[in-house]
Design a binder for this molecule. Structure first.
Ligand SMILES: [Zn+2]
Length: 487
């Protein structure tokens, strides 16, 4: 009897302890003061965006890269933003990348940078009849602007230009230098765009106080247990490693196969990689949930506030969802297999590509070591594919003044919503900026549902005119706040 009482008391204490931690995590977000937001000519801005959507600035391989639409875009921007082109210096980097420099009053403090890319992906020709309005029509209808680049990411490029033009018309003079940088080939890897812009800035000795590029957004319904829209600010992005695996075997006639078949050896290695995922680290997910406060459900905060107890459950739950699984580990994807030429010939070798997306903290060398241990076969050779391997980005701090201002600006413009740091799964141009910026934030100030995410690179890409107006207001606020503050 006594033991039962002791156990009950311990359990009650444990429960109370867990609840107290949860209550702390569930604290409501601090209120945001009412402020007057700038009036924007949303209809005019929407027309300008629509106009630019019509230009097919599709990035392709270098040999076939068509500069013509990019040149047309540059001419259009000159007409649309006269003050930007008068008061800021415009430089064309590489072939078609744009760098605008707005000199600050103080030359000895670090500049800030607003990035986006000019290029878009093509529309899949087999889906053209499924688009409500053609992908390069730039139609404004039903309250939306339609077409390639509305979400990814001409909207961000145009919104930063709109806000700079607006600030210039208001006579704003930044304390620190402001750069606007728009690459030409983000969708092809950014080697001739962002990479060259960074090389150029680095050569000038520029070190940024902070920068913002695409990557995170205001997400709705994309995280289980979080129903409210929340602003996810990318503080890091995953790395990339495509490994080419090669297995050799004894060639010969298929009527008398030996034990040493190339395809069998390769298949065993791939099966082992598939069955043995890379190790889990919950940090990115924990930081995200921990910052959401009461925007996450009680259950969610309860388990995340008591990670020491619920770790196995959280791990299991997170692994069951592709999105969260990618957030907690370096992912392993078997993407290409090649081998054999004829049904009655044993091939001498077989090859495969396995694509890993590296979690910050994992390195290419570390993953290669693990791969060696997992496949346990000295006869399998592997090496990173040329141009297919880069490390995860550094993680930008959420304690910087620039992050706090960014967070505050989001909450001011978007009705006090919760803001949390986020790990970007795909690659963005922002990774190139790591050598010249410790504070690289990846965020687009618009709201995306799970359905909208499917429109990106998909069918019926669009942005509402209202959302676009808010993007401009957001950049107008942020440009001023970052441009003035002592970051
Ligand atoms: Zn993009």
């Amino acid at each position: 009897m006594e033991t039962v009482i002791i156990v009950v008391v311990i359990l009650l204490f444990l429960g109370a302890f867990m609840l107290i931690r949860t209550a702390r995590a569930m604290r409501p977000l601090p209120p945001i003061e009412e402020i007057e937001l700038v009036e924007v000519d949303v209809d005019g801005a929407a027309k300008r965006l629509a106009d630019v959507i019509q230009l097919e600035t599709i990035s392709t391989e270098r040999e076939t890269f068509d500069l013509d639409p990019f040149r047309k875009l540059h001419t259009k921007l000159e007409e649309m933003y006269p003050l930007v082109h008068q008061k800021m210096k415009r430089e064309i980097i590489s072939d078609a990348s744009l760098l605008f420099t707005w000199e600050g009053k103080q030359k000895d403090i670090n500049p800030i940078l607003f990035a986006a890319h000019q290029d878009v992906v093509p529309a899949d020709p087999t889906t053209l009849d499924k688009w409500t309005y053609p992908p390069f029509s730039g139609e404004i209808a039903e309250g939306f602007i339609w077409g390639r680049g509305c979400i990814d990411i001409k909207s961000q490029m145009m919104a930063t230009l709109e806000s700079a033009e607006l600030l210039l018309s208001q006579g704003f003079e930044p304390e620190r230098t402001i750069y606007l940088a728009f690459g030409q080939d983000e969708e092809m890897g950014g080697q001739y765009g962002a990479a060259k812009i960074v090389e150029f800035l680095d050569g000038r000795g520029v070190h940024l106080a902070a920068m913002v590029d695409e990557g995170g957004a205001i997400m709705e319904g994309t995280i289980a247990g979080v129903d409210e829209p929340v602003a996810l600010i990318g503080t890091a992005e995953k790395g990339h490693l495509s490994l080419k695996l090669r297995a050799e075997g004894t060639p010969g006639h298929s009527s008398m196969p030996g034990k040493d078949m190339a395809i069998g050896r390769l298949a065993r290695a791939l099966a082992r990689l598939d069955a043995n995922p890379q190790p889990v680290r919950l940090k990115a997910l924990k930081d995200l949930i921990g910052n959401l406060g009461s925007a996450a459900s009680f259950g969610m905060q309860f388990v995340f506030s008591n990670l020491w107890f619920f770790r196995p459950i959280i791990k299991m739950q997170a692994e069951a969802n592709n999105n969260t699984n990618a957030m907690i580990r370096t992912s392993t994807a078997l993407t290409i297999v090649n081998g054999g030429i004829k049904d009655n010939v044993l091939p001498a070798n077989a090859e495969a590509i396995v694509n890993f997306r590296l979690l910050p903290g994992d390195s290419i060398a570390k993953v290669c070591d693990r791969v060696r241990r997992i496949i346990k076969d000295e006869k399998i050779e592997f090496e990173p594919v040329a141009d297919g391997a880069w490390e995860a980005s550094p993680v930008s701090s959420t304690d910087t003044k620039s992050y706090l201002i960014l967070k505050h600006t989001v909450r001011k413009v978007f009705d006090g919503i919760a803001v949390a740091p986020y790990l970007v799964m795909g690659a963005t141009d922002a990774r190139y900026y790591a050598p010249i910026s410790d504070a690289a934030y990846r965020f687009s100030p618009f709201q995306l549902t799970a359905e909208d995410l499917g429109r990106m690179h998909g069918i019926d890409e669009r942005i509402s005119v209202e959302s676009y107006g808010k993007m401009i207001i957001f950049f107008h606020e942020l440009m001023q706040a970052w441009g003035q503050a002592d970051l």
